[in-house]
Design a protein around this ligand. Structure first.
Ligand code: TYD
Length: 206
C-alpha cells in the first residue's frame, strides 16, 4: 500500500461500532500497518470542547446549530488529524464521520439532505472515506445496549433512532461501493469475522 487510506465506522447508537473499530485497529496493527484510531465528535483539542456542547448542553439546540457544530468539529478534525495522517501513509480509522450527519441530522432530524451533503463537502474539502462500515442492528436491541444513562443525542427517542437506522440503510443503498452493511445483531466474534472479510477484500484491491 503506497498511500494511506481512510476507513469510517458508522451506525446508530448501541450498534457496537466502537468495539469493532478497535478490533480492526488491533488486527491491522498486527498485520504491520500503521494505524490511527480517532472519532467524531471530539477527537482532540477544540473538538473535545465542541463534543461537550453537543452531548451535554441541556438547553434547546436548533437543529441547524447542532449540524454546524458537528461540521465545525469535522473541519478541524480533517485539517489537523485525518488529512496529515492519510498523507503520511497511515490507515485512519474514524468512529463516525460524514454519514452520521446525513443519518442523524438529515434522516433523523429532518434537515435537508442535499444541503447537508454540500456542507459535509465544505467541511472536509471533499476528502471522502475509502471504505465505510455501517453496523446495522434492530433499534430495540441497540437501545437496550445503550442502557439508561443517555447523553443528549441518545435521549432523542425510539422513533428518531428508527429513522437514523433507515437513513444509514438508504446511504448504503445509494453508495454500495463505498458503504458496506454488517449485520450487528450477531455476537461480537461473528460481527468481527464479517467485518474482516469485507476489510480483506478492500485491502486486496489497494
Ligand atoms: P458518542 O458518545 O461518540 O456515541 P457513539 O459511541 O454512539 O459514537 O456520541 C456521538 C453522538 O453524536 C451519537 O449519538 C451520534 C451523534 N452524531 C450526530 O448526530 N451527527 C454527527 O455528525 C456525528 C459525528 C455524531
Amino acid at each position: 500500500m503506497k498511500k494511506g487510506c481512510f476507513i469510517t465506522f458508522e451506525g446508530a447508537d448501541g450498534c457496537g461500532k466502537t468495539t469493532q473499530s478497535k478490533l480492526v485497529q488491533e488486527y491491522l496493527e498486527k498485520s504491520g500497518y500503521e494505524v490511527i484510531w480517532t472519532r467524531e465528535p471530539g477527537a482532540k483539542g477544540l473538538g473535545q470542547k465542541i463534543r461537550e456542547l453537543l452531548l451535554h448542553y441541556d438547553g434547546d439546540v436548533a437543529p441547524m446549530c447542532e449540524a454546524f457544530l458537528f461540521l465545525a468539529d469535522r473541519a478541524q478534525h480533517i485539517e489537523h488529524l485525518i488529512k496529515p495522517a492519510v498523507n503520511a501513509g497511515k490507515i485512519v480509522i474514524c468512529d463516525r464521520h460524514t454519514d452520521s450527519t446525513i443519518a442523524y441530522q438529515g434522516y433523523g432530524r429532518g434537515e435537508d439532505i442535499q444541503q447537508l451533503k454540500y456542507l459535509n463537502n465544505l467541511a472536509t474539502g471533499d476528502i471522502k472515506p475509502d471504505l465505510t462500515f455501517v453496523f446495522d442492528v434492530s433499534t430495540e436491541v441497540a437501545q437496550k445496549r445503550v442502557g439508561s444513562e443517555k447523553d443528549r443525542m441518545e435521549s432523542a427517542g425510539l422513533e428518531f433512532h428508527k429513522k437514523v437506522r433507515q437513513g444509514y440503510l438508504e446511504i448504503a443503498r445509494h453508495e454500495p461501493e463505498r458503504v458496506k452493511v454488517i449485520d450487528a445483531n450477531n455476537d461480537i466474534d461473528k460481527v468481527f469475522e464479517d467485518t474482516k472479510k469485507v476489510l480483506q477484500s478492500f485491502l486486496d484491491l489497494i
